[in-house]
Design a protein around this ligand. Structure first.
Ligand code: ZN
Ligand code: ZN
Length: 588
């Protein structure tokens, strides 16, 4: 979806690239200062971003850059070639900068840009997801975003939507020609998601048009385009349904593609195999710690009853019992809200890292369009709206059937709910974001490394508990280990399924028996691993890399080591791959 370009844009793009090249040449004369090189690099990276948004107008809309909101790229071979040209042009431009003469922040930017371009090239030429992932063609989410997010007056957004809608029939027609050997699971996902988004065209958009103050004639044209767009979606769905099931490629990536994708997406200093091996060792460690705690807690909860000899059964019994301590559906939101200031106080008292009091987290009830995703999530301002509010969306359990609410509250019990707040909010995702937004580098925001972002959130869970959060209660540690086991098993599952051909049956055994997950959760995870790859491993790989870095710094600094300095320094580089942050921190 992000690899396409209209012909007319290609001309503009080439012009901007040529300008960039000329600038680069000007930096080359001998005796040039590093300052000049850095200034030029900064100018080039700004131009790169501008060119990127012409190349990826749909992505631009989503990050809050609205210059190209009226453009929809048609995923045909022309677009494919334009993308390759964009990649080659910028890889050439980047080569002209001597990495060693750039500031640390620019060094990271350069490597992130290079990785993005190389990954894109590999994706187009080797992975070829465009030919086997029918769910990569879907415009309904983009139009929904433009209708919902109020970044411009409604009339203006409707007009941009209209321009894009006019291209939707051509978009889906091109999609049909691209699909060569669809993965069956992704074919089904594409059918579900495209049908699920149909009401955006048939209802939401038309309702908004009718409510607007636009001239009647324009409204008529808009409604007509929406109907044609809906027809194109239905036609695409019929096409997908007509494809013989099981005729395409397997959803399993296979070792070669997985290893390479891991390299590009995670940007780890470990290989995928090393990361998997480390997760397996971590699982063994967690099981043994959990068994120790469970034995020590047995008599507190089970008195003189005989203790199970199988340690996994023993742990499972303790987890089930301790999970019964939880809040109520009515108090779910207020329980979360009350915890935020408690977490802040703990971090300040223990001096774990500086929390900027001028950037408060706004806790709000989950907006209607997110409804259904209970729990909590962060809505962060995009890189073009750094001063916007950060919201902590808290889902409501109102109206849930009692049994479903009970099962949910056991999962997010007294202990896990606190860990969730650490992960999502403070000092996890929310705090990391505040630090990242201080960095002037747009590149790091746009190309932000998912493994670093998720790894930080997981690392903070452990960092808080190690610092005494939860008073070292064994129940808290047991529950965190279970939560951490989920992260670890995500990695094991992802690698085993995509590389080692793990069966669904074995996967369910791993998740329910060894990771203590409920059947429904495990089923959901199986579905997720069959429609994604590598993403599930980002949590553990990032966590492991950050933890290893901290231990190295600790050893290196000895008595001078200070946790607060480590945390703040680490975050100061923005959302960059841990590998690059490590190089800079260890070389100081
Ligand atoms: Zn209960
Ligand atoms: Zn997270």
């Amino acid at each position: 979806m992000n690899k396409i370009l209209l012909p007319i844009i290609a001309i503009v793009l080439l012009a901007s690239c040529n300008t960039a090249k000329t600038d680069d040449k000007n930096t080359k004369p001998t005796g040039v200062t590093d300052d000049t090189l850095n200034t030029n690099f900064k100018q080039y990276s700004d131009k790169f971003i501008e060119a990127l948004w012409l190349q990826e107008p749909e992505w631009a809309t989503n990050v809050g850059y609205h210059e190209h909101d009226a453009i929809l790229t048609i995923p045909d071979s022309n677009a494919h070639n334009n993308a390759l040209l964009f990649i080659q042009t910028h890889l050439d431009s980047i080569k002209k900068y001597d990495l060693t003469k750039l500031t640390p922040s620019h060094q990271i930017d350069l490597q992130m840009m290079q990785n993005y371009l190389q990954a894109k090239h590999w994706s187009l030429e080797a992975l070829k997801e465009y030919s086997w992932n029918p769910s990569s063609y879907n415009i309904t989410g983009l139009i929904a975003f433009m209708l919902t997010e109020q970044y411009e007056p409604l009339d203006k957004r409707l007009q941009s939507c209209h321009q894009r809608m006019l291209k939707i029939p051509a978009y889906y027609a091109a999609a049909k020609t691209q699909i060569k050997n669809p993965v069956n699971e992704l074919r089904e996902l594409a059918i579900d998601q495209n049908l699920g988004g149909l009401s955006i065209f048939e209802k939401d958009y038309i309702d908004s048009v009718n409510k607007s103050a636009l001239p009647a004639e324009e409204k008529t044209q808009m409604v007509a385009a929406a109907h044609k767009a809906a027809t194109a979606v239905k036609d695409y769905v019929s096409f997908l349904k007509s494809l013989p099931a099981g005729a395409g490629r397997s959803f399993r990536l296979g070792k070669d593609l997985y290893d390479k994708k891991f390299e590009f997406d995670i940007q780890s200093s470990y290989t995928a195999q090393q990361n998997y091996d480390s997760a397996m060792a971590r699982k063994t460690f967690l099981h043994s710690e959990m068994a120790k705690i469970s034995r020590s807690l047995w008599s507190k909860y089970f008195g003189t009853q005989a203790m199970p000899t199988d340690s996994l059964i023993l742990i499972g019994k303790l987890i089930d019992t301790i999970s019964q301590k939880h809040t109520t559906p009515a108090e779910f939101q207020s329980t979360i809200e009350k915890q935020i200031p408690e977490l802040e106080k703990f971090i300040n008292d223990k001096k774990l890292l500086y929390l900027d009091p001028s950037k408060p987290l706004v806790v709000r009830k989950e907006p209607a369009y997110m409804a259904g995703v209970a729990g909590a999530s962060i809505s962060a301002p995009g890189p073009y709206d750094k001063n916007g509010n950060t919201y902590y969306n808290v889902g409501s359990l109102e109206g849930w059937p009692a049994a479903q609410a009970e099962s949910y509250l056991r999962e997010y019990n007294h202990y896990i709910l606190q860990i969730l707040n650490i992960h999502e909010a403070i000092p996890g995702h929310y705090t990391q974001l505040v630090y990242a937004n201080r960095s002037p580098s747009l590149i790091k925001s746009i190309l932000g490394n998912g493994a670093m972002i998720e790894g930080w959130a997981v690392y903070t869970e452990q960092m808080m508990l190690e610092s005494g959060y939860g008073n070292n209660e064994p129940e808290m540690w047991l529950m965190w280990y279970k939560w951490n086991l989920r992260t670890v098993c995500n990695t094991i599952l992802d690698y085993s399924v995509h590389v080692n051909n793990m069966s669904k049956n074995d996967a369910m055994q791993l998740l329910t028996k060894q990771a203590f997950q409920q059947q429904a959760e495990a089923e959901g995870k199986w579905k997720r691993v069959s429609v994604t790859s590598v993403q599930l491993t980002s949590y553990y790989s990032g966590y492991k890399a950050i933890y290893d870095l901290r231990e190295k710094i600790k050893a290196k600094e000895g008595k001078k080591y200070d946790l607060r300095i480590f945390n703040e320094k680490f975050l100061s580089y923005g959302s960059a791959p841990v590998k690059f942050i490590s190089q800079l921190m260890l070389n100081q």
